[in-house]
Design a protein around this ligand. Structure first.
Ligand code: FCB
Length: 513
């Protein structure tokens, strides 16, 4: 393309008026989400750069720059993240046992077009190439998850040496490239055999998890010093056991709170075991998905809604981990009795963390319509932009949430273990995947991060979700989050524009440290 694209070209390609394109460029709310998405997509594909005079970008954070000198410390972990089931594939290879996701995805209607993680990004076979790409992206750290059923096909009992060997080789390859491994022990793939014995509804699973954690600490703890016990236990408990949209697909709030209790217990038990058996100094934490909740009006119903949703989305896990208690309203709000809690449990759960992992994607805004008593989400938010997941892009939510966590819970360190966005990327068949909206998303969030670092919040690292396009759970392969595009037909990898941008960003920041 030699000729520069104009707004008129974009309008023609999208089959809309110039005024509609202009409304999208100016973040006006009254364009329906599909049309907005189509227009933005066409802009991306044609690397369309609007004439600034046509767009009210003044004050837009992505035009802001890092301060000089910037606030990121020299040992900051600049990374990207993946998880086993979403990326590895090879589900029946190398002695791996089945997990709850292997069976869940086979139930009709659970995933987009019935897609599964059987092959995913085939990282199990592409691992060395992928580590070389991490190096090309200038990554200083890589967050991956260990597949429990690849290590212990039955969840406990016989160890699968071939599975251990895979992570052994991964860790060695990372270290050979000076990339710090950050290992997550549970990213939702419970061994099916344990599920059949009650899964997270039984205490035994918590003890089985602690044994597995000890095993991993013994095997990798000479080289891995950053450990995340669980990824987003809220999703495991609420989505998996409460509303059933994730594996194992159970719909019962009593089960959700019971599962959450055993997951938290397993975290505390595992923390002690990793600390006792890792040979290097271990930093042990847990990753929570946190969603700041905002009120769009001052009505009492809205204020109550903010509190309720905050309990559900944030305090359910923050309170027990940092205060050793569940929020009082949790069980009432869910309409259930508290789970059976043994005396010692809350103390185990509140075992001090070395860091808190925070996954941040979006916020929630609620309002109460006039003459009603019930709050509802504001969707779409006027003036807002959305990702392909229909998640509002709200970078300020990251800093608001971090400042709040710091004020109310004061973790000794924080890792942003996931942040990123899905857009409809397309590859030009050669070497180019234009994804300016992802660049903008990342840049805006990183600027927020710098702001809170300057305010003294102890953030030790930032991980883009995701290194590679991968299996996005119930959305299958329809949502791409990667810094690297994966052509699923050939498994060819193509670094997206955002990947190149992130590499340049890391290079610049680390050069001026
Ligand atoms: C998080 C999950 C991760 C990925 C992103 C988009 O909730 O931890 O596996 O699916 O969302």
């Amino acid at each position: 393309m030699t000729r520069k694209f104009t707004i008129r070209d974009i309008a023609q390609l999208a089959g809309v008026s110039i005024a509609t394109v202009s409304r999208v460029l100016n973040h006006k709310p009254d364009v329906d989400p599909q049309t907005r998405e189509r227009i933005l997509h066409i802009m991306d594909v044609h690397s369309f750069a609007p004439d600034l005079s046509a767009v009210q970008l003044a004050g837009s954070p992505s035009r802001r720059k890092l301060s000089s000198p910037h606030a990121f410390p020299p040992d900051f972990l600049w990374g990207a993240a993946t998880s086993a089931y979403q990326t590895e594939g090879a589900v029946r290879e190398g002695g791996r046992g089945p997990s709850i996701w292997d069976t869940f995805v086979r139930e009709p209607g659970t995933t987009w077009h019935g897609e599964t993680g059987d092959v995913a990004a085939d990282h199990y076979h592409w691992m060395l190439d992928d580590v070389a790409l991490m190096k090309e992206l200038q990554l200083k750290a890589y967050r991956f998850s260990v597949s429990w059923p690849r290590i212990l096909p039955q969840g406990n009992g016989p160890i699968n040496a071939c599975g251990l060997d895979f992570y052994d080789r991964l860790v060695d390859a990372l270290l050979a490239h000076d990339i710090c491994p950050v290992a997550t022990l549970y990213h939702w793939d419970l061994p099916l055999a344990l599920h059949e014995q009650g899964g997270w509804l039984t205490r035994e699973t918590a003890y089985a998890f602690a044994d597995y954690a000890e095993l991993m600490a013994r095997k990798l703890g000479d080289r891995v010093s950053w450990w995340v016990t669980h990824n987003e236990p809220w999703c495991s408990a609420y989505l998996g056991y409460g509303i059933g949209t994730h594996a194992p697909g159970i719909r019962d709030f009593s089960s959700a709170v019971l599962a959450s209790h055993h997951i938290l217990l397993s975290h505390g038990l595992a923390t002690e075991r990793i600390r006792a058996h890792a040979q290097t100094e271990a930093h042990i934490g847990i990753t929570l998905n946190l969603t700041p909740i905002y009120a769009a009006d001052e009505s009492e119903a809205t204020q109550q809604g903010v509190e309720q949703l905050d309990v559900l989305h944030n305090r359910w896990f923050l309170d027990p981990l940092f205060r050793g208690t569940y929020p009082e309203q949790l069980f009432n709000n869910l309409g259930v009795a508290p789970p059976a809690i043994k005396n010692i449990d809350m103390q185990i759960i509140a075992t001090p963390l070395d860091f808190l992992g925070v996954n941040y994607y979006s916020r929630s805004l609620i309002r109460t319509p006039l003459r009603t008593q019930h709050y509802e989400p504001v969707v779409p938010v006027p003036e807002a932009s959305y990702t392909q997941m229909a998640w509002e892009i709200y970078p300020q939510g990251l800093s608001d949430m971090l400042l709040r966590v710091q004020r109310d819970y004061a973790p000794s360190a924080i890792l942003i273990t996931e942040n990123g966005a899905a857009f409809e990327d397309s590859w030009d068949g050669r070497g180019h995947v234009p994804d300016k909206r992802r660049v903008r998303y990342l840049h805006e969030h990183l600027l927020e991060l710098e702001t809170v670092l300057k305010q003294g919040v102890p953030i030790s690292g930032y991980f883009v979700w995701s290194l590679l396009d991968n299996f996005e759970w119930t959305d299958g392969y329809s949502k791409r989050f990667g810094l690297i595009y994966v052509d699923y037909i050939t498994q060819r990898r193509i670094i997206k524009e955002s990947g190149r941008w992130y590499a340049a960003f890391i290079k610049e920041v680390t050069a001026t440290n």
